[in-house]
Ligand binder design. Sequence first.
Ligand code: FEO
Length: 401
Amino acid sequence: MYCTRKVTEGVTWIGGSDRRLALFENLFPIPRGVAYNSYLIQDEATAVIDTVDSSISRQFFENIQHELGDRKLDYLIVNHMEPDHCANIAELLLRYPDMKIVGNAKTFNMIQQFYGLDLKDQAIVVKEGDSISLGSRKLSFYFAPMVHWPEVMVAYEETEKILFSADAFGSFGALNGNIFNDELDFDKDWLDDARRYYGNIVGKYGLQVQAALKKLSALDIAMICPLHGPVWRENLDYLLGKYDKWSRYEPEEKAVAIFYASMYGDTENAADILAAGLAEGGVRNIAMYDVSSTHISYLISEVFRCSHLVLAAPTYNNGIYPAMANLLHDMKALMLQNRTVGLVENGSWAPVSGKLIRAELEGLKGFQVLEPVASLKSALKGDSLEQLGQLKDSILASLQG
Ligand code: FEO
């Protein structure tokens, strides 16, 4: 049975949600599910903007069938070719064989790569700024390469000032009836997943997101329709502001996140004592994560949020404890920048993890390591306890700076 919602008089949400998928991209836990948004415009001509993931194909086709009835589908706009959005192109062609497919040159290469479809007469290949008229509405296309794949473009409908933004401005999380941002408590229920989605999926491409934001700033946008998560029709500056910060790799908050690895509890003990000292120094809402038991996507999200990080890890095989090394690897892959870091190392005979972590951080732009490194030999005592107190003071001073 169909399940759709009106976005405006002529635009309908025809997407759906998957609450069964455990791992998005077979990588990222999505305990709140995920929505795959698709939109139908009905004017003198009709257009679907992106399809959906194969997991909700049945819902998608029931939605289209209900909304279009006997009308034909004139256009499929393909803003993004990741299969969570393009999985139903071939099936849509079978159902609406006369429709034209709108994409750019890279789009059609990928359609050929994924599905072996050689579209020829059905393809409308657009360039930057090209438009198609749907009657009273007009869709213009702007390229947003690497937000999140190279072929990505966005579509702007100027009559109702709607931006169909592809992956940009999306979020993990199923839509539970409320598809508009003013129908839900975004800060409470969505912001963490929106940040986790941005940081892990698009986070590497801050430069390209900045370029897209600059391009979009020339448009008069009243509504943002992304491919995942809520549709934005109020308070757009809030969302644009978050994207601006995240893509400039500026911390969203002046806040401390402690990431520790601990084999037998001694490094964790140091993390606890440091956190308690920071709390007594007035730091609120300290976040602490065991990197061995927290999925890395949550850790990366917190790195995007917080100005001050503490990395505390044992030495392992004369290297960095693997779970901490993995976090550092991801931070480098995503090109994180501009954070202040405190280090705690441990090692029962040759503690070197602090030195090695520092060397990794030197490859990251704008990272500052505070002194001293607290260096434990097995357990906190004497010198290392003193170093930990000095590190706490350095963090407090930096937070006040
Ligand atoms: Fe939601 Fe890059 O696909």
